[in-house]
Design a protein around this ligand. Structure first.
Ligand SMILES: CC(=O)[C@@H](O)[C@H](O)C[C@H](N)C(=O)O
Ligand SMILES: O=CC(=O)COP(=O)(O)O
Length: 268
C-alpha cells in the first residue's frame, strides 16, 4: 500500500486491533442541524473523550469543531452530498475534492453511493475518479455504499449488502461502510467477500444501548472492522460513555454484558 495511505490509516485504525470507531457528523448537509450536531465542537470533544478513532464531516466544519487540544482524533472529509429537500434525495453528487481533504489535514476522504438510484452511474463515475485521485495523493478513501432504488427490495438484504461492499472494494476504496445485515452469519457473508476493512453504519436511532452494543459486538464477531456510527452515538444521552462501552467491545473484545456494565458504573 502507498506510504501516504498507510501513515494516514494508522491515525484512523487501532494498530493492535485493526479496527476503528468512526463517528460521522455529515448529516447536517442532508437533513439540517439535528440534535447532537448543533454544537459540533462539543460533540467532537465528547466522542473523542470516549475513545473514538475518527470523525467524518464536510469540508466547512473543521473550522467549527477542530479540537486543537487533548486527545487527538482522526479526520475524514466527506465529499458527497444531497438533501432531503430534493425530489431526488438519494442522488449524491461530489461537493469536495481530494485536494480539499489534503489542505484540511484529513486522514481520509469519503464518498457516499446509493446503488439502484436512477443516478447510480454518476455516483459510480465520481467514485472511480475520486479513487484514482486518492491513489495519486496517498489519501485513504472510505466508501459508504447503500442500496436505495426502485429495484432494491431491501437495503439490508445480505446479498445486496455484499454487492455494495464488493463494489466499493473493486472501485478502489480502502475502507467500506455498509449497513449491518442483522445477524453475524449473514454479515460474515459480506466480510468474507472483501479483503479490506468493513465498518457498519448505525442507521436511525435505536432506543436501547444494548441493541447498539449488541450490533457492534456481532458485526465484529462476523469479521467487521468496527463502526461508522453517527446518530446512535451523537444523539445518545451520554455520547462519551456510549463510545467508551463501544470501545471496550471493538478494541478490547468485551462481551455485551461487560460493556453494558460500563454504562452502569457511577460517573467519576
Ligand atoms: C441520513 C442517511 O441517509 C444515512 O443513512 C447516511 O449514512 C448519512 C449520509 N452520509 C447522508 O447523510 O447523506
Ligand atoms: O455518514 C453517515 C454514516 O456513515 C452513518 O450514519 P448513521 O447515522 O449511523 O446512519
Amino acid at each position: 500500500m502507498n506510504m501516504g495511505k498507510s501513515v494516514r490509516l494508522e491515525r484512523i485504525f487501532n494498530r493492535n486491533t485493526g479496527r476503528s470507531i468512526i463517528v460521522p457528523l455529515d448529516h447536517g448537509t442532508t437533513v439540517g442541524p439535528i440534535q447532537g450536531l448543533v454544537d459540533l465542537r462539543s460533540t467532537v470533544n465528547k466522542v473523542a473523550e470516549g475513545g473514538a478513532n475518527a470523525v467524518l464531516m464536510h469540508k466547512g466544519l473543521p473550522r467549527c469543531s477542530h479540537r486543537g487540544h487533548g486527545r487527538d482524533v482522526g479526520l475524514i472529509i466527506h465529499l458527497s452530498a444531497s438533501t432531503t429537500l430534493s425530489p431526488f434525495p438519494n442522488a449524491k453528487i461530489l461537493v469536495g475534492t481530494v485536494e480539499d481533504g489534503i489542505k484540511l489535514g484529513a486522514d481520509a476522504v469519503s464518498v457516499h453511493l446509493n446503488l439502484g438510484d436512477e443516478s447510480e452511474r454518476d455516483m459510480l463515475r465520481d467514485m472511480g475518479q475520486v479513487a484514482s485521485k486518492c491513489a495519486e495523493w496517498g489519501m485513504p478513501l472510505l466508501a459508504m455504499v447503500y442500496a436505495r432504488g426502485p429495484k432494491v427490495k431491501s437495503e439490508w438484504d445480505p446479498a445486496t449488502v455484499a454487492h455494495c461492499a464488493r463494489l466499493a472494494e473493486e472501485l478502489g476504496a480502502d475502507v467500506i461502510k455498509v449497513v449491518y445485515t442483522g445477524d453475524p452469519e449473514s454479515f460474515s457473508r459480506v466480510t468474507e467477500g472483501c479483503c479490506i476493512p468493513i465498518v457498519i453504519a448505525g442507521g436511525p436511532r435505536m432506543d436501547s444501548p444494548r441493541d447498539i452494543i449488541q450490533m457492534a459486538h456481532d458485526s465484529i464477531s462476523a469479521g467487521g472492522a468496527g463502526l461508522s456510527m453517527g446518530r446512535n452515538i451523537f444523539q445518545a444521552e451520554d455520547p462519551t460513555r456510549l463510545v467508551q462501552a463501544l470501545h471496550a467491545v471493538v478494541h478490547m473484545d468485551y462481551s455485551v454484558e461487560q460493556a453494558l456494565a460500563l454504562l452502569e458504573e457511577p460517573k467519576l
